[in-house]
Design a protein. Structure first.
Length: 182
């Protein structure tokens, strides 16, 4: 029997939460998929990073109404520090929310940080923080390559954002190992 991948397991968790009107305990989720509660906790954190509105309660996990079923997509991009503002403004101007930034570092593995940038005001604040030395873009440790989970109202909006990123030469191709890890 083929072992279940993390992605397959997380899809099962999401479906179980969506199908239930009551909280679903980590123990129940773990038993259903043959993993420990600690793996369930880690998977819930990953699902939250992908934009799913999952809450922990004393009786288990619940998924909040995800509105009009917002779509979330992972994109790989590459650009310079000077282009950060342009990239982020492009995404929010076309209706996207930049949920996070992530890099695949050869020594440290995946490093990510939540952003939740949804407006030009958020972009401006983020860019000002960088300029004042409060933070350094993660893209600096990977020669400009990085990833964003982007949320939008539909897959069509995400397609439009990706097309615009490609027009600006910001979009980068996933490597085979990056697709498998998604």
């Amino acid at each position: 029997m083929k072992e279940m991948t993390g992605g397959e397991r997380r899809k099962i968790f999401l479906q179980m939460l969506k199908d239930s009107n009551l909280p679903v305990s980590g123990t129940v989720l773990g038993r259903k998929t043959g993993v420990s509660r600690q793996v369930v906790v880690q998977d819930m954190a990953l699902l939250r990073m992908q934009g799913h509105q999952i809450m922990s309660t004393a009786r288990g996990y619940v998924i909040e109404d995800e509105g009009q079923h917002d779509a979330v997509r992972l994109v790989k991009v590459c650009h310079t520090n000077e282009q950060v503002e342009e990239e982020l403004n492009l995404i929010v101007d076309f209706g996207g929310t930049v949920l996070d930034v992530m890099v695949n570092h050869r020594a440290y593995g995946k490093v990510s940080a939540p952003l939740n940038i949804r407006s030009r005001r958020d972009v401006k604040r983020f860019v000002e923080d960088i300029k004042t030395g409060k933070s350094t873009p993660l893209l600096n440790v990977t020669s400009g390559y990085h990833f964003h989970h982007i949320k939008a109202e539909s897959e069509d909006v995400l397609d439009e954002i990706e097309n615009e990123l490609a027009k600006k030469d910001f979009l980068a191709e996933f490597l085979p190992y990056e697709i498998a890890a998604e």
